[in-house]
Design a protein around this ligand. Structure first.
Ligand code: SF4
Ligand code: SF4
Length: 427
């Protein structure tokens, strides 16, 4: 039997919905589409009918169920805390059981479920990069030169690394005696597209004397498969990651990707057993850095004369689990940064896993609001803690014709590391 929750196990939560409509004001998809089927209560009602066998899986039902970012904004505002994102994910699994996966879902499952194939495809994409992609002005990303299935030609994409991050580093990077040992769960974004973020991760942890283990046999966390309703793939990847992350004794598993953090820390945790122990050890990089006193060390540095105005976007997968304070503590402590809060910092950027593939037009409209908020804040950069959000934010900024850039907060930490080394006599 599946370890992921079945729709039946969520009956009580589904029946907690009192149809009050409070979720309407907080659902980004409803905000963009103004259509009742898009809002949480509409999807919860559909899930209820699905559970009771009262509806046929006709196209309209499939369309309504696909129209959810799984962002959790509705649950946070719901008087009864109805977990719509969990209910929708379980309903998608039920639909996939009854009708099979969509063509895109089949592709997601086939590639994620075969990490060697994924590695080969990524390396081939990296080698053929100049042929497949053209560069955008100001180095703000790439666009496809030719039509390709499921990727719009006007979408900004990050470059694919010529060599995946994990192949660039040994599995064990020793630290100092007495400091913690952590496993670095890189996720696919850092491994294949943003290896420089992984490099800063290593430098920051080396500064703290931490021993870092990068299990070479780790796989995708499985979040895209959750979004696609591909239950078997999620469970297969979870098992593989459990083996990879427990092969060495570690104090913590640390992530620099909000989605990976939620994959291991929430989705796996709900699967119970050994996954619960793994989830309990899993920490976001900024939570870890703050706990290790890194923010205090940064705050002790003298403020730079020339500073950059930076705002922060909360990835849904951290915000819904209460991780909002630590990234801001680091940002405020950075000597070269003037932090400014933007309106709607906690609103979804519009990516939503496979959502933006199926519904790119709505995703762009949601992203446009975020881009306008970045511009209104007066910030030059929008920092975040998730490679997927960086990709969506940069795409939205480019569509809006704005010069602001989306960066990982670790990229800003990297600028302060030489000063930290100097202040502590490490160089
Ligand atoms: S999901 Fe929550 S906020 Fe939305 S209608 Fe139901 S009870 Fe109200
Ligand atoms: S999870 Fe997000 S997109 Fe889905 S219904 Fe709730 S607020 Fe809307």
């Amino acid at each position: 039997m599946s370890k992921l929750k079945q729709l039946e196990e969520l009956r009580e939560e589904i029946e907690q919905c009192v149809k009050c409509g409070a979720c309407r004001a907080h659902c980004p998809v409803f905000g963009a589409e103004k259509h009742e089927g898009r809002v949480a209560r509409g999807k919860v009602a559909l899930a209820h009918s699905l559970l009771d066998g009262k509806i046929d899986l006709e196209e309209k039902v499939l369309e309504d169920m696909s129209q959810c970012l799984l962002c959790g904004s509705c649950c946070a505002q719901c008087p009864n805390k109805v977990p719509t994102e969990e209910i929708v994910a379980a309903a998608r699994r039920r639909i996939a059981e009854q009708r099979g996966l969509s063509n895109f879902g089949k592709g997601v499952a086939a590639i994620l479920g075969r990490p060697k194939l994924m590695n080969t495809l990524a390396k081939t994409g990296g080698a053929l990069s100049s042929l497949l992609f053209k560069k955008l002005p100001d180095n703000s990303g790439l666009r496809l030169r030719f039509p390709a299935p499921y990727i719009e030609r006007d979408r900004t994409l990050p470059p694919i690394a010529a060599k995946p991050f994990r192949e660039q580093h040994p599995e064990i990077i020793p630290g100092k005696e007495g400091a913690p040992t952590v496993a670095f769960f890189t996720g696919c974004g850092i491994n294949y597209m943003y290896p420089a973020i992984g490099d800063v991760f290593l430098r920051a942890l080396q500064f703290l004397g931490v021993t870092v283990i990068i299990p070479q046999d780790q796989a995708c966390c499985g979040l895209p498969a959750v979004s696609a309703g591909a239950a078997e793939t999620v469970e297969q990847l979870a098992q593989q990651n459990l083996r990879a992350l427990t092969r060495h004794p570690v104090d913590y598993v640390v992530t620099a990707c909000a989605s990976c953090n939620a994959g291991i820390g929430k989705i796996y945790a709900d699967m119970g057993g050994d996954f619960k122990d793994l989830a309990a050890k899993t920490k976001d990089i900024f939570v870890f850095l703050v706990e290790q006193g890194f923010a205090d060390k940064l705050a002790a540095l003298p403020k730079a004369k020339k500073r950059t105005r930076v705002t922060y976007h909360d990835p849904c997968h951290l915000r819904t689990r209460g991780i909002t304070k630590e990234p801001r503590l680091i940002l405020k402590a950075l000597p070269q940064v003037d932090f400014v809060e933007m309106a709607g910092a906690g609103t979804c950027c519009g990516l939503g896993g496979t959502y933006s593939v199926y519904h790119y037009d709505t995703s762009k409209r949601i992203g446009a609001k975020k881009a306008a908020n970045v511009a209104a804040s007066g910030a030059e950069l929008v920092a975040t803690d998730c490679p997927g959000c960086i990709m969506q934010l940069q795409d939205s900024l480019n569509h809006a014709g704005l010069s602001q850039r989306a960066v990982h907060l670790l990229e800003l930490v990297s600028e302060a590391l030489p000063e930290l080394d100097e202040s502590t006599g490490q160089k």
